[in-house]
Design a protein. Sequence first.
Length: 98
Amino acid sequence: MLPAGSTRSRRLIGPRREAGIDTVEPLRSGRARLVVNRGITPPWGGQSPYYLVAEMQFPDEATFTAAMASPENRATGKDLRQFAGDLVTLVVIREEKL
């Protein structure tokens, strides 16, 4: 997640928008899904606290674990920390089916 309101957030996303998307094998092979969400003005007004939220959705925990342990993912994470480490929040969650 990138916070809203930072001109640096907007500047970083431009050239880096596609960075890392094709480096994680499950995303390349279609076994995982990437969803990119942009913060918008909420119905109650004000500014969204987030500029961008990217979700990587994996079919199961084994695919997720393998993807996170891959050399490509480690290189992508290192790159992310170097250019936006102070702006990005990483969250790992499990979807609950209701």
